[in-house]
Design a protein around this ligand. Structure first.
Ligand code: DUC
Ligand code: ZN
Length: 483
């Protein structure tokens, strides 16, 4: 781009609240005005968006790039993963600074920043994945929240990550006091460990036993318990990657009691079922992710919840492992298969195609679920997730007619398979701008490592009063407080 002024003309702007024809005027890194079509005649560059929607850049608040687990590291690093995000229309990702038990939290944050800074192709931020509630950790948290790490990731399972209930309670109290948002992975550890042992000792070692090791009750119990702990602590809570009808019931009951709870799900729970585990040979290993894919009844319940506004955001839990050499580690024992699947690049196209394309979601609800709500809940709004004067000019020129067949070979995710191989999607990003700068043109990545920056996040104090009416999926904009 030659000039620092850019006018995006002829498109239909979609926000969480409405859909209307407008030209978008950007200056430098920011949006400066929405103009009636044809009204603006500024000097500078123009980008023709005729026939396209203009969306706020996607915000994916749940990704695991170059995540070490045992002997492996997830296959997308901070560059390849964010190139894939950009090509899929996502301009902000939130990854994790994961503390090793006993490690000073500040050190975990500094290490992760050193891995990502200068490498990312889109903007990014970090959740604090806390693995102990020691005095040192509790002392460090308020300052880190003030510095822009305004959310905690808490785990109820995984040997290296889980927290005891008493620790979770203490951390939820810190979340209440600091205004940080807790994002909690909910599974009952005893159930998972017991079922895994029982299956393996009965010789049931193939990938198809993965869902039996992590039954719906394990998720529902942990959701119920976390909601009880959050109620006692007086903290809001966001349930990570919710996958079952049973757990949705727990959330609905808590909300009826007046509790402030938010729900994240992922495209794979909306689009796939546990039938994938019945693939021949070891192929089901591609779908070993946690919580597991569920039954058709769960999938249907999640879609209803999405449409009704019970689910607030759709993130990816992008955590790619190669089938060859990594997933294969679990050939003799499903519990050794590294958990996770890729999705950072396909989230928007799949949800648009299957949601908007099939008449289940309005374009506004799509924007709310994939950009505005995650930005609001995790302290990025209105810098991100909004098309308003003053917001970062993170914009996607979305071509609703573009058909793409998803293939691992042509996607930018650095992993040897795509869970949706051969699926055709209708609707895809044509151009993507990051703070006013083109990073995707006509579907081609044109950015560079380091064009993305770390974005500090403000603490948020949510309130669960959603607007009643036509657009249920919008978290009210009055909720973020300055921090
Ligand atoms: N689930 C996954 O599938 N991968 C990474 C972490 C998680 O909770
Ligand atoms: Zn995750």
């Amino acid at each position: 781009m030659e000039s620092d002024t850019l006018l995006i003309t002829g498109g239909t702007v979609v926000t969480a609240e409405g859909c209307f024809p407008a030209d978008v005027l950007c200056r430098g890194e920011r949006i400066v005005a929405l103009l009636a079509p044809g009204e603006g005649r500024p000097e500078g560059d123009r980008l023709d968006a005729s026939g396209c929607y203009v969306l706020p850049g996607g915000v994916d608040v749940h990704v695991h790039l170059q995540m070490p687990v045992g002997e492996f590291v997830s296959t997308d690093d901070f560059f390849s993963g964010t190139v894939a995000a950009a090509c899929g229309g996502t301009t902000t990702v939130v990854d994790f600074a994961t503390q090793e038990r006993g490690q000073p939290l500040e050190e975990a944050v500094a290490q992760r920043r050193a891995e990502a800074d200068g490498k990312v192709a889109v903007d990014y931020s970090l959740h604090l994945a806390v693995t102990d509630a020691s005095e040192g950790t509790l002392r460090a948290l308020p300052r880190l929240v003030e510095e822009g790490y305004a959310s905690f990731k808490l785990y109820t399972v995984y040997p290296a990550l889980y927290l005891e209930d008493a620790e979770i309670l203490g951390l939820l109290e810190v979340a209440r006091e600091t205004g940080a948002m807790p994002l909690v992975h909910c599974e009952n550890r005893a159930i998972v460990e017991h079922c895994t042992r029982a299956l393996l000792s009965a010789g049931k070692r193939e990938p198809r036993y993965h869902p039996q090791a992590r039954p719906a009750e394990a998720e529902a119990e942990a959701v119920r318990r976390i909601l009880a702990l959050a109620e006692v602590a007086g903290a809001p809570v966001c349930i990570a990657h919710l996958s079952t009808r049973l757990a949705l019931g727990e959330v609905c009951r808590a909300r009826t009691r007046g509790q402030e709870v938010y729900v994240e799900t992922c495209p794979h729970y909306l689009l796939l079922t546990e039938e994938e585990y019945a693939r021949p040979g070891f192929e089901g290993a591609r779908y070993v992710l946690t919580p597991p894919l569920r039954k058709e009844t769960d999938r249907q319940a999640l879609w209803s919840a999405l449409v009704q506004g019970t689910i607030d955001l759709v993130s990816t839990d992008h955590c790619p492992w190669n089938y060859r050499g990594q997933k294969e580690r679990g050939r003799e024992d499903f519990s050794l298969i590294p958990n996770g699947a890729p999705g950072i690049e396909t989230r928007l196209a799949l949800l648009w195609s299957e949601g908007v394309g099939r008449g289940r979601l309005s374009p506004e609800a799509f924007v709310a679920l994939t950009s505005t709500n995650p930005a609001r809940l995790f302290g990025l709004y209105p810098r991100k997730g909004a098309i308003v004067p003053g917001a970062d000019a993170d914009l996607v020129i979305w071509d609703p007619a573009r058909k793409v067949t998803l293939r691992a070979e042509t996607l930018h995710q650095q992993v040897d398979y795509c869970p949706y191989e051969g699926w055709e999607v209708v609707g895809y990003p044509r151009d993507v701008l990051l703070r006013g700068r083109p990073i995707v043109r006509e579907g081609r990545f044109v950015g560079e490592p380091g064009w993305g920056v770390f974005v500090p996040r403000r603490r948020t104090r949510g309130s669960f009063e959603k607007p009643v009416g036509t657009v249920p999926n919008v978290i009210p904009s009055s909720t973020p407080s300055t921090g």
